[in-house]
Design a protein around this ligand. Sequence first.
Ligand SMILES: [Fe+2]
Length: 393
Amino acid sequence: MGELDDLAVHGETAVGWCAATPPNEFVDEHGRPAADGATVLGEPDPRAPARRVWDDAEVSAMRDTLRRNNGLQGVEVLEPHEADRAARIFFRDGFVVVRDLLDPDRLARFREASARILKQILEIPGEGGRKYVTESGRLPHRYSYGTASASRQLLHDPVWASMIDLPTTTPILERIFGGDDYNVIGAGGDLCLPGAIEYQALHADFQPDWTLTAARIAAAVRLGVRPRTQPGTGEMDHQTRQLIFERTPPHVTVNFLMSDLTWENGPIRQIPGTQTRAQKPPTLADEPDWMRFSTLVGAPAGAGVFRDNRAWHGATPNLSREIRAMPNVEYGAPWVDTDRFAGTLPHAIWQTLPPRAQRLARAITTPPGVWPAGAGVMHPLRSKRLQAKADIA
Ligand SMILES: [Fe+2]
């Protein structure tokens, strides 16, 4: 029986820990290892253990360090009915954890779907003794459900599409966006296999948007911001401008947890209060320990993390024997142009959704009869995805 039979994204697994995959090995669009020192595709972790082996001495030492230190102190895990408090914490920290976003049935369906898609990725044999193909531009043993899909999204999968509008998530999103006229812009998520020994560098997901359009200001006013002007100039004062940026995240992602986040299985790290920083996050070489340990340990399976995509965050080592999968749904503020996200939800699936989900997804649904180019093809290598997209289009 192979390790991919009965693959599950929670509980112990034989998947991962490929000793033949060197630490920090990035591959290009064709799967060729990037030359030593070439960092154009991503940032290597200078402090990663030298071997991807579960009981390697450096890995064991890192495990001891994480056991003692990993996890943000006193992270608040809210109940779904605490929508107002969730929004307050979200605006304060740039993220908020809420338990039981998925009921047992939805959690089971999302786990099954996450494992089904992951199996497609891992079935592709690696080269040179490697168990798997590494995703182009990503650290080994880490995959994105979104970028590994040739359509860049997974909204063509009925399970992902069914998570657009949940009784637990929608009230919180409405508090965050100040109304119900926001949009779904995508769905995917990410995962790490056991043996993902490298830290992913802290980053924000999108280029910062420091424009203050009339629509953005209006959205902030709806959320209670009272614009003030500088005496004598009529211009908005600095404090008001800052408050508007803080209250108007362009994009919000809800990451759903398929397993409990433990100190050992690659819990996501979030740096509180970084959602409107103009400066860049530190590199891995410069990152202090308090940021490396600022992870959401203790968040349970079925919970989710509402993330302001501007907040600094990154993936952490998975030294366990459990896959850490976080499928997601991504949303755009009412004032954000949705053109660049268009056309990833097939009309045939959109038709099966309830009315409110249909409205949220109106901007990204294909015309009747049109299947999104590349949807259904999963491949870690960019060149293969582009080929699949060209073949289908
Ligand atoms: Fe990210």
